[in-house]
Design a protein around this ligand. Sequence first.
Ligand code: XLS
Ligand code: NI
Ligand code: NI
Length: 438
Amino acid sequence: MSEIFTGIPKIQYEGPASKNPLAFKFYDPEKVVLGKKMKEHLPFAMAWWHNLCAGGTDMFGRDTADKSFGAEKGTMEHAKAKVDAGFEFMSKLGIEYFCFHDVDIIPEADDIKETNRRLDEISDYILAKMKETGIKCLWGTANMFSNPRFMNGAGSSNSADVFCFAAAQIKKALDLTVKFGGKGYVFWGGREGYETLLNTDMKFEQDNIARLMRMAVDYGRSIGFKGDFYIEPKPKEPMKHQYDFDAATAIGFLRQHGLEKDFKMNIEANHATLAGHTFQHDLRVSAINGMLGSIDANQGDYLLGWDTDEFPFDVYSATMCMYEVVKAGGLTGGFNFDAKCRRPSYTHEDMFESYILGMDTFALGLMKAAAIIEDGRVDAFIKDRYASYNSGIGAKIVAGETTLEELAAYADTLGAPELPGSGKQERLEGIVNQILFG
Ligand code: XLS
Ligand code: NI
Ligand code: NI
């Protein structure tokens, strides 16, 4: 097999002063931060679909990037060329994981039996590469949104036959995930939502999605899948209203259907911001519910109302992300770059520079989050802010040892109560700026 990305060397850490576009400025895999190597804090993954499949087609124009990798598109030779390209790409960047949908790795056939045969063939080829390079699978998933049959969703489809197709795809994608030793299996509810309630039985659709997930868990466990299932919340796009709106909604759904022990969240930055939250908000909601599993590391554009899937460059947001991740004790999953180069960035070199940008951004985020934690002022302020619950009536409330009557009687003794202490938001924002840029 010959080199595909000729002229692109193995990417090295050269430090913040380097002007070499093909070098890491901040991601130094062996550097120890808070007692752990950077590469252990940051298990990065390549998203097969964006990096090896997407060529920049949008609603107004065709591909700008050539992702043929020397083979004819739509053939198994091309599928193999993508494997070769992907493993060379990951090896050159020192990325240890990949994520995939079933149809990212082969051209889908009309007949699912032929599709599955192709999946068997390509997965043998991928497995050999994994053994050769030591690269692992972070998570797998089934694409249940591109094929026209999924126009009304998969688990939420009005058609029982389509539901069965979804089941068949999940079964195979789980087989592949187990074959690759994947750590997780993702449900992103591509078209699990609705356009109008005039034609939709919302409760029936949601119950059916839960039935499909329950069967997936049962099957996965029966074939030895020990990892986490993930829901990847998203509020809209492609549907007007997606059922897994945000982490809070998805967690409520899982609890309602008794699925919470097998599932965690895969939080994507751009999806959180589309839901009107910060990235940090959805991470925190997941973490406090014990369900922070994995991250789709990208970023959106606040001026645009859709999933732009940009490579993350916002150090502030990455810092707050890493603050949440470190506080939660790390991820059981990893950081999947569910991101694509901008359409005019169409060269092979751009693919590498985009990943360098993303990896450096999260390395900076990690170092800055560690600095905020080590500085201690933010954490101390938060702790002190709730000090009224440490003793007296506050401690009784927390211990569940009081009643509404007792509290009302206590309130009667207060006269005009003191205002709660100042929130000091501006001071805290200043502290974060001082740590980021001082
Ligand atoms: C799309 C999603 C998708 C999932 C995997 O918005 O982010 O790429 O990560 O199906
Ligand atoms: Ni997305
Ligand atoms: Ni995603």
